[in-house]
Design a protein around this ligand. Sequence first.
Ligand SMILES: *Cc1c(COP(=O)(O)O)cnc(C)c1O
Length: 366
Amino acid sequence: MRIDASALRENLAAVRASVGPDAGLVPMVKADAYGLGMESAWRALVSEDPWGWGVATVEEGAALREAGAERPVVVFSPPGLHELPAAAAADLTVTVSHVRALEALAELGRKGRAPAFHLEVDTGMGRAGFDWRRRAEWAPRALEAHGAGAPWTGCFTHLHSADEGPETVARQWARFQETLDALPRPDGPFLRHVLNSPGAFRAPEHALDLVRPGIFLYGGRIGAGLPEPRPVASVHARVVHLRDAGEGDTLGYGATHVAQGPERWATVGLGYGDGLPRALGNRGHALVGGRRVPIVGRISMDVTVVDISSVPSVSLGDVVTFLGSDGGERITVDEVAERVGTISYEILTGFTPRLPRIWEEGSHGA
Ligand SMILES: *Cc1c(COP(=O)(O)O)cnc(C)c1O
């Protein structure tokens, strides 16, 4: 996998241009920066002067600190209560969705060992956050934790459908505003945030204090009518075997491909063990010699076969592209995702550690 650090920076700059200079940027580098490499992503983006970093787990946050990150690090999945001391030790800001967590924070606060926290408000996502209608129950408990020494430094909500259209964004925004208006404010800094990647372009007027872009930075599309990111990651492997097949010859596990006449097959050193979706078998494409060729047969753990009958010049050791461009042809991560019925996020995070991540400056061209 080759990763273009300058394209990553340009995508973050595009988010900045959309939301304006006053909102702080929190690049989401969770899940190993969507599979591309968290530490490298941090190094590539720090010059863009983000406010801080977004991760999902306390472990990810601690790893980022260990790598040398100095700015605020916010852990966005609800942490286990037993993880709160580790979060404090690594100077992470946790996010809180439950009264039990507020109680645990207050208890740690009294011992001087509590992390700061942002409170998540559930305005329709449902998977985490305090119910926006029931703030009378949770808001006093958050203030209590703050008073006990666990700094309450922010409040946020998460949009569920900003990629699909503006209606639900408006509804969630109204609920969040109603919550903020009625909320008692702790003393000290208090940061409000709502926008993910599609939100940052769909509704930049809702940027408030911080924005939290993820997939757009890494080259994933964010919805019809919204800007296209620069491609960031590409995946290539070499031809390790060539075969001239004749009518009736079978290919791969299950012999799901049978040559209908003379065909030329190239075996490439990349399989589902590297994270190439197995569902691309007999369905996906690759690029070689500037041409688009079909993947034939089932994808194996370690190799994939492409039909190069239309590109007879291919030889052993040639580079085949499964994601990215070759000549005038390009395969985007969204094309791959659509072909196998999923989203770009799952394709990118699915690439396994066996696939080396090679970070470069400007490798994917203008
Ligand atoms: C992952 C995540 C984001 C980023 O979402 P994208 O759709 O990748 O931009 C933002 N906020 C929270 C809370 C998240 O978990």
